[in-house]
Design a protein around this ligand. Structure first.
Ligand code: ZN
Length: 241
């Protein structure tokens, strides 16, 4: 295989790798946000149960306070009832007693309901205890792993960019220009395409036997008759090897 073709293949590999790395780096923010979002949704579902738990406990505390307060009022109403001086006072105290007893009854029913609900929520929290305890750790580990991969991609991108420049500078000016033009023209950034099953792997056009033979020889730069990309057969499959 001629030396220039070798360099072109090397350049293409470097550029494809740089393209992949650039994509990783460019999409880092949204990929990071997606991971955070996933953990946030999970944390939210846990917080929702925890909030329900504290709301229920607050409700129960309020009910207990209300019951205590109404019992005090009931004691006073019962004293009034006992010391009523006339029919009017008696009826008034009686009515107040009845209202207070009814209200206390309602509060007590609500307290039982709240306690049942608290029990259910506490059971759920107990069942999910491991999940709750490990969530923060898992989130931190996932973010650390993501940051590590991103830092590696950035470091590789910088190193590969320098290596790519060296390879590019070694190409004859005319080939470098052809390569650049092909890269800019294609959406996938591929200027040098491997021949697979006697076809161009970039545009899938089957090569004419004569063209295929020339590519296999590797003695000159051969381009695809369909997409103009520079063609090559990997070392080991070519006649030159
Ligand atoms: Zn082609």
């Amino acid at each position: 295989m001629i030396h220039e073709l070798d360099k072109l293949i090397e350049l293409q590999r470097a550029d494809s790798n740089l393209r992949r790395l650039k994509d990783l780096i460019d999409t880092a923010d949204e990929r990071r946000a997606a991971i955070e979002q996933k953990f946030e949704e999970h944390a939210f579902s846990i917080r929702e149960v925890q909030n329900r738990h504290s709301d229920l406990k607050a409700t129960r505390a309020t009910l207990e306070k209300d019951i205590a307060q109404h019992k005090t009022m009931l004691e006073r109403a019962e004293r009034n009832l006992k010391h009523a001086q006339n029919q009017r006072e008696y009826e008034s105290a009686m009515r107040e007693t009845e209202i207070l007893q009814k209200q206390i009854g309602t509060y007590e029913t609500e307290t039982v309901e709240a306690m049942d609900a608290i029990e259910t929520v506490e059971k759920e929290l107990e069942e999910r205890a491991d999940e709750i305890n490990s969530l923060d750790g898992e989130r931190a580990a996932a973010m650390a792993e993501f940051d590590k991969e991103l830092a590696e991609a950035k470091a590789e991108f910088a190193a590969q960019t320098a290596a790519r420049k060296t390879t590019f500078d070694l190409l004859p000016a005319n080939l470098a220009a052809v390569y650049d033009r092909l890269v800019q023209r294609s959406r996938d950034g591929v200027a040098v395409a491997e021949v697979v099953n006697e076809s161009c792997s970039a545009c899938y056009m089957r090569l004419r036997p004569q063209v295929f033979m020339n590519v296999r020889k590797g003695a000159e730069i051969v381009t695809c008759e369909s997409c103009s990309r520079i063609l090559f057969v990997p070392v080991g499959e070519s006649q030159a090897a």
